[in-house]
Ligand binder design. Structure first.
Ligand code: DC
Length: 210
């Protein structure tokens, strides 16, 4: 069983990269951010508070991994709410349990998130920490919105990226940080194809050793 752990801050390109890697190797893929988003959406939809840990834990336990769909969970308000409930240890325990179960699938899995290499799958076969400067990540998000025909404000997006980083890196339980044995991949100056090739070279080298 092979597990590829991919961590990094919001908008670093982890999602696209993880999907391509899963496709390349024929592995199952789980975007763990969606588990936090689905929990947050369930609370918002039910009109429940975002600061009651017992209620949020119950919602987290009911999340079905098979039904997760980013297009239903991409709203900005859901991302904000997800980042708030992600600080709660009981929510994390519930979701991490489900994520670990997923990581056992054969022939292999790719999990992406914030704490995969450090907490969810500390024994992963390969760990990548994908990052890019906050300026580049904000620009990518800005370009995405414009390309989709929307209106975007770069300064507001930049502030948002920084605030999300602070919350994800500053929380006490499972903060975002590279695992000691993670390979760092800074995509600030790379397109998706170059990032994929760099990741593939690291993964192929690790697979040769097992
Ligand atoms: O990657 P994303 O934007 O979909 O993640 C939404 C939030 O979920 C993010 O702000 C932090 C949280 N998250 C987490 O704490 N741990 C993970 N493994 C994945 C996401």
């Amino acid at each position: 069983m092979i597990t590829i752990a991919i961590d990094g801050p919001a908008a670093a390109g982890k999602g696209t990269l993880s999907r391509r890697i899963a496709e390349e190797y024929g592995f199952h893929h789980l975007d763990t951010g969606l588990t936090y988003r689905a929990t947050a959406k369930a609370l918002l939809d039910a009109g429940l508070p975002l600061d009651d840990e017992a209620v949020a834990e119950k919602m987290a336990r009911d999340v079905e991994l098979a039904g997760l769909d980013r297009s239903m969970l991409s709203a900005h308000a859901i991302g904000e709410a997800a980042s708030k409930i992600a600080v709660m240890p009981a929510v994390r325990r519930a979701l991490v349990g489900a994520q670990r179960g997923f990581s056992l699938k054969e022939p292999g899995t790719v999990l992406d998130g914030r704490d995969i290499g450090t907490v969810v799958c500390p024994d992963a076969t390969v760990k990548l920490y994908v990052t890019a400067s906050p300026e580049v990540r904000a620009k990518r998000r800005y370009d995405e919105i414009i390309a989709g025909g929307g209106a975007a404000d770069y300064a507001a997006i930049f502030k948002d990226v920084r605030r999300r980083d602070e919350r994800d890196m500053g929380r006490a339980d499972s903060p975002l940080r590279p695992a000691e044995d993670a390979h760092l991949l800074d995509t600030s100056e790379m397109g998706i194809e170059a990032a994929f090739q760099a990741a593939k070279a690291l993964i192929d080298a690790a697979l040769k050793k097992i």
